[in-house]
Design a protein around this ligand. Structure first.
Ligand SMILES: [Zn+2]
Length: 457
């Protein structure tokens, strides 16, 4: 077996071939090597096998370097497509961007919320790669002037991965974006969300209520779905009927009746909600409240004996109340149905191996006077992406009770509600982020990137 084939075999089992000579080969793996890999190696190479145990980060980094070296090869289209998809899975990417330009075809991966260049390929490959991906998703390959979307699944690195594909005609050809769907059953526990203790307690208490509305808010990619799924998972027992309406179903949860919105078939949020309300539900999850009608159904269901969990596309907890009112839901309806609003963001986590501490400095952005914050800076090493690896979640939770409930019912303005929230001791997203900066989990710059000047200040 030649070296490229050996490389490919190892890669298939999420291992890296480090060395090969006459008598032995060395491979690197995370944890214990898979039996199937050892069997395959024993079968194909009649040599001693040395195994090195590496960290996930180190292996990921080594894969990156390895692919950068082989990127220049004029591998055929199929090889490049397989390479791109495999790389995306191994690097934990959420999206793949394949962009034709005048001179070349650029491939970037979104990792931990930020795009990172992966490859630059000859422009001639653009059409072939686009066709290949469109065939996989059963799209119309002759149609290059209109956007299309679809999906396909592949077995990669021992797991089945589903890609949602969308095409868009641009100046130099079709730009293709692939979104990776989560297939791996990751632990969906409330404790794993990384909520501060008081926020976790508030979420637990709201979930324990027999009826009411819990809203999780934030922009796309802020981790809302995982927060909702973890909540549903905590409620998931044989004694309750949990139904969800989603667009699309992001993770299949055993024991939960998940229905996907399908506009082409005339199946929208409202239609599904009305149908599932006739199915004796206890808990209802609404993927996203986008319009007045869905908001009304959610609020009414929450007032009539159902626990309703939903997401809303707003920036903060107080903005959420305003949005609901703008959707035409009256203050007293909101006050009587709503139990809890969680606003959240994901910020990149500083790499613990290369972060650098800066001297303590005056914190100008915080309202607390004279606060001294330890600031950390992103370094950059072989284990991370320019100083960051993975993400942390930031939370802001607003509990709707007492004076706040009365204020909402009497249509109080934003200022009055924000004041009451402060009196309640609500930690804003910015305050939550500032703690994370102080603990060296992320940086001030990253906080600014995620929250902007407007969010949570
Ligand atoms: Zn690092």
């Amino acid at each position: 077996m030649d070296i490229p084939a050996l490389n490919q075999l190892c890669r298939h089992y999420h291992a890296l071939l480090i060395h090969s000579d006459e008598e032995s080969i060395s491979i690197a793996v995370v944890g214990a090597p898979q039996e199937a890999l050892l069997d395959a190696l024993r079968f194909t190479v009649n040599k001693r096998i040395h195994i090195e145990c590496w960290s996930e980060e180190r292996l990921e980094k080594a894969f990156n370097q390895h692919s950068a070296q082989t990127a220049g090869d004029d591998a055929p289209v199929t090889g490049q497509v397989d390479n791109i998809l495999t790389q995306a899975v191994q690097r934990r990417a959420s999206d793949i961007h394949i962009e034709p330009g005048a001179e070349n075809l650029s491939v970037r991966l979104r990792i931990d919320g930020v795009l990172q260049p992966l490859l630059s390929l000859p422009a001639e490959l653009a059409a072939g790669i686009a066709t290949r991906l469109k065939v996989a998703a059963e799209l119309d390959i002759a149609e290059r002037r209109l956007p299309q979307d679809g999906q396909f699944s592949r077995e990669l690195a021992e797991k089945s991965v589903t890609f949602r594909i969308s095409t868009l005609p641009c100046c130099y050809g079709e730009k293709i974006v692939l979104r990776l769907q989560e297939q791996e059953a990751r632990p969906l526990s409330l404790a794993a969300l990384g909520m501060p203790p008081h926020a976790l307690e508030a979420y637990r208490r709201a979930l324990a209520c027999p009826q009411g509305l819990i809203l999780v808010t934030g922009p796309t990619g802020s981790g809302k779905t995982i927060t909702l799924y973890s909540g549903l998972n905590a409620l998931n027992t044989p004694q309750v009927n949990i139904s969800s309406v989603e667009d699309p179903v992001e993770i299949a949860l055993p024991g939960i009746n998940q229905t996907r919105v399908n506009p082409r078939a005339g199946l929208d949020y409202q239609t599904i909600l009305r149908a599932l309300l006739r199915q004796d539900p206890d808990v209802i999850m609404i993927g996203e409240i986008r319009d007045r009608e869905t908001a009304e159904i959610a609020v009414k269901a929450a007032q009539t004996g159902h626990l309703v969990l939903a997401t809303l596309h707003t920036n903060s907890t107080t903005e959420t109340l305003i949005r609901l009112q703008q959707m035409g839901i009256s203050g007293w309806m909101i006050a009587s149905a709503l139990r809890l609003i969680v606003a959240q963001r994901l910020a990149r986590r500083l790499c613990p191996r290369c972060r650098r501490q800066c001297p303590a400095q005056e914190d100008n952005t915080s309202s607390s006077e004279g606060a001294h914050l330890n600031h950390w800076q992103a370094g950059g090493c072989e284990h991370c992406y320019s100083g960051f690896y993975g993400r942390i979640a930031l939370f802001e939770t607003l509990i709707i009770d007492g004076p706040l409930k009365r204020a909402i019912a009497s249509d109080a303005g934003v200022a009055a509600i924000e004041l009451l929230a402060q009196e309640q001791g609500m930690e804003t997203l910015h305050q939550c982020g500032t703690h994370a900066v102080g603990e060296g989990l992320t940086t001030q710059e990253e906080l600014l990137r995620v929250l902007g000047y407007g969010g949570g200040y």
